[in-house]
Design a protein around this ligand. Sequence first.
Ligand SMILES: O=c1ccn([C@H]2C[C@H](O)[C@@H](COP(=O)(O)OP(=O)(O)OP(=O)(O)O)O2)c(=O)[nH]1
Ligand SMILES: [Mg+2]
Length: 152
Amino acid sequence: MKQAIQLKILSDKIGKEIPLPTYATEGSAGLDLRACLDAPIELAPGETTLLPTGLSIYIQDPGLAATILPRSGLGHKHGIVLGNLVGLIDSDYQGELMVSCWNRGKTTFIIEPGERVAQLVLLPVVQAEFDIVTEFESTERGEGGFGHTGTK
Ligand SMILES: O=c1ccn([C@H]2C[C@H](O)[C@@H](COP(=O)(O)OP(=O)(O)OP(=O)(O)O)O2)c(=O)[nH]1
Ligand SMILES: [Mg+2]
């Protein structure tokens, strides 16, 4: 599904040395987010840094949200993941998209200006309107969880 989303360019670098986010292929779910930096950043093992993207989006529709997810190659091969594990962008957020970058690996990683550090995925959202009850209709699972169904 496609939907227009308002986007503000906050840095002169965007659209010049740093391209606007695009879907890499027709079927891509994620838009790669690039580090909007003046100079490379060294991220030592165990360190976390908050990277600007030079962009803000205003999703506007409360039925949507965006998530910031790690890129699998960076995460698996270099241990570069997100300090908050997953970022959630609210539909009413209008500030700069920020990427918390965590080096959970064992070697220093250099983040270059314009490097694709994470990906943005827009998702549908349902806001709950709580209906307070004292009993739930019973289910096969009931209150069982956390391995209740076994491992094999
Ligand atoms: O990786 C992220 C996560 C969040 N945000 C922005 C968008 C989001 O809408 C806002 C608040 O995020 P969240 O609700 O996860 O953080 P919080 O610690 O609960 O802050 P707040 O009290 O502002 O809601 O921060 C980012 O730019 N990047
Ligand atoms: Mg919050």
